[in-house]
Ligand binder design. Structure first.
Ligand SMILES: [Zn+2]
Length: 179
């Protein structure tokens, strides 16, 4: 999955009340680590290695527990395990290094990315999950937009009463009302 991992974690935040930052961070952590080690640094044979194991999920959850507490660690573990489950379309080295895994030949980052983007069923699934996550979070997105829109546009919103003629009735209208 590409953006589908983030969508799954966003849904877990919405429906099982997972803490937002750890569950979203855990959604991308295994790929950031393993893809960088494989594609950018050439350290491993596959883009799914150490960070795609149960051992890594356990160790990193322990670190999160020590640093940020139980709720953050539970949310991290949930996001992490969801990532591994969502990756089952291909080899996931769950028990590495206890078990040896055979990975398909790596075709390089661009070819792998292109193969993912042109996999129609996969893209449909990821898009559907993302739309579901956006709909589930529409209230949060609306309040975020209202909060940051003035800062982004560089305009400050003023209360209605500061704008002549928009809120306070004019003198003429007041006179007419009194009649
Ligand atoms: Zn992955």
């Amino acid at each position: 999955m590409l953006f589908g991992h983030l969508a799954v974690s966003a849904l877990e935040h919405r429906y099982v009340r997972a803490a937002f930052v750890p569950v979203m961070a855990a959604a991308v952590f295994p790929d950031i680590l393993d893809k960088t080690a494989h594609y950018a640094l050439g350290l491993t044979d596959s883009g799914r290695m150490w960070a795609h194991t149960l051992l890594a999920a356990l160790i990193t959850s322990g670190v999160v527990l020590v640093l940020w507490g139980k709720r953050a660690a539970t949310s991290w573990a949930l996001g992490y395990l969801s990532h591994l489950v969502c990756d089952i379309n291909n080899v996931v080295p769950w028990l590495y290094p206890l078990v040896t895994y055979e990975f398909p030949m790596s075709e390089g980052f661009r070819a792998t990315l292109w193969a993912s983007l042109t996999d129609t069923p996969r893209m449909l699934l990821e898009t559907s999950l993302s739309v579901w996550a956006l709909v589930a979070h529409r209230a949060d997105l609306r309040s975020l937009t209202l909060k940051f829109a003035p800062a982004i546009s560089g305009r400050r919103l003023r209360p209605c009463r500061d704008r002549p003629g928009t809120h306070t009735p004019s003198r003429r209208q007041q006179t007419h009302t009194l009649d």
